[in-house]
Design a protein around this ligand. Sequence first.
Ligand SMILES: NC(=O)c1ccc[n+]([C@@H]2O[C@H](COP(=O)([O-])OP(=O)(O)OC[C@H]3O[C@@H](n4cnc5c(N)ncnc54)[C@H](OP(=O)(O)O)[C@@H]3O)[C@@H](O)[C@H]2O)c1
Length: 268
Amino acid sequence: MRLKNKVIIITGSSIGIGRTMAYEMCKQGAKVVLNARNAERLDRTYQEMKKVGNEVTAIAGDVSKMADCQKIIDHAIEIFGQLDGIVNNAGISMEGSVEDLDSEVFRKLMEVNILGSIYPTKAALPYLKKTQGSVIFIGSAAGIRGIPNHAAYSTSKMALTALAESLKIELKESKVHVGLAYVGFTENDPEKTIYDKDGKIIPQPSRDFIKAESPEKVAKRIINMIHKRKFKEVFTTLGKLNAFMNRFFPFVVEPILSRNYYKNKKEE
Ligand SMILES: NC(=O)c1ccc[n+]([C@@H]2O[C@H](COP(=O)([O-])OP(=O)(O)OC[C@H]3O[C@@H](n4cnc5c(N)ncnc54)[C@H](OP(=O)(O)O)[C@@H]3O)[C@@H](O)[C@H]2O)c1
């Protein structure tokens, strides 16, 4: 019960990694605030989480809108009276080259993945300072090195490094913990969707060619980061290898990414 009675908001927690994190945190005694835009799907998860045993609440809202983020934080305070952590998990991905990608998709990714991490954090800080709580950003291995055909996603996730690094120093005196998880390939929720190059929402294409980590393992790693107040952590062996090679041998990484990109292009 490492999180006993800790109040934690998880944005984007109706499905996927966020939902699994909510489940694991409830099991560890946390009071969890669920969030997502689709109220019906959120309610379905809320009903499931209530059965896990601990206190849970849910509030629909779009993290790319500051007013919604303020409502999410206000709701958490109204129900539980305090805030010990926020996991900025809501995010969306895409596929398409910079040249082909509809420019609206760039805008949407920056709004959800970057502003959608900044706005909830800003609204949460006054309360996190009182509890010396945690702010967690959910980054990606794609935020370590720019990935062809995923530039919008990589750009948005790389921005989280700058955000976390700046914030960590700004919050040093108030002792609020800042963590950035570079999550690797994770088994997808069957309901997961992404943007295609024309800005259409499509089911996440299969990624069977890569060994993915289970959402349970990802959730436990994130909980561990909160518990140990870790700053940065790269998940999965492939993610760690990517970080190491990109740092010390970037000239090896580029041809690998390049070969995969042009091979996939030919197969399309
Ligand atoms: N899956 C992976 O392999 C992987 C790898 C590295 C990093 N990540 C990162 O991990 C996080 C979770 O990924 P996932 O694969 O679990 O995603 P997912 O299955 O697609 O779930 C995304 C969740 O976020 C919510 N959401 C999306 N946009 C939102 C918005 N504007 N406001 C509030 N909620 C929003 C969705 O519900 P609604 O649509 O109802 O809002 C849903 O609950 C993301 O930040 C992702 O970039 C994932």
